[in-house]
Design a protein around this ligand. Sequence first.
Ligand code: LIP
Length: 266
Amino acid sequence: MDKLLEQITDVAREAGAIMTSASFDEDQIHQKEGHANFVTDYDSRIQNFLIEKLHEILPEAEFLGEEEGRTEFEEKFRKGYLFVLDPIDGTTNFIVGYRQSVVSIGLFKDGRPYIGVVCNPYEDECYQAKLGEGAYCNGQPIHSSDSPLERSVIQAGSAPYNKELHPETFRILAEYADRAMDYRRSGSAALDLCTIAAGRAGLYFELTLGLWDFAAGVVILTEAGGQATDIDGQPLTYDGRTSILAVSAGVAKEDYLPVCRRKTPM
Ligand code: LIP
């Protein structure tokens, strides 16, 4: 496996150990903008750890992280290396002890996803991918499912701090739930993308996400044979917030856009 990919994976694993060894109380939980949008001292501590260790590996890289650091995409990020970090993706899960939170490290090269590492320390699963070199979980090759939507579990994110999106989110979810085996809501976009890459789900959508939520998972998904667009089926943008619609190789063969988002409804 690529040396850089292995080094980034080792850093993600170390960060995951910080997550699972965490003990904190209420005054270490802070409210960000919007309903139920939290950050803990551990989000910041893990992000600082990631920046320190990744800078040692790739000193020329810039950093864009969900917590504290720079959160706005800058034009200079379109050239060279950029680490896009979500130190704890699934922060609400982390706060309530739900044990479905991951460390997500994306590495962009010239403004495009290049390497993705997502580690779920609760399951001891580290998903890894480098553009053009396949996707792996703990070093073993992974491939998205070839099953159709009706033989797949689907996933959705409901962005609790964007309640105005809830009516459309649940309308789309109801449509997919009618077509699929069932639906799930993990609370982590990065984990949802890796779940498709590992062949365990067929689709994931969310109407708004930060770049750090999907920067790593989208490399792992596409290298595992899956596809990701925005909710309208248009190419993803990589310079800020977007909607996302991610599917397995099997579901990609169907007409899977939500009916309410099709230009010419069925
Ligand atoms: C989370 C996303 C998830 C979304 C949550 C939250 P965070 O990221 O991964 O898909 O539905 O509302 O934004 O805030 O835990 O890093």
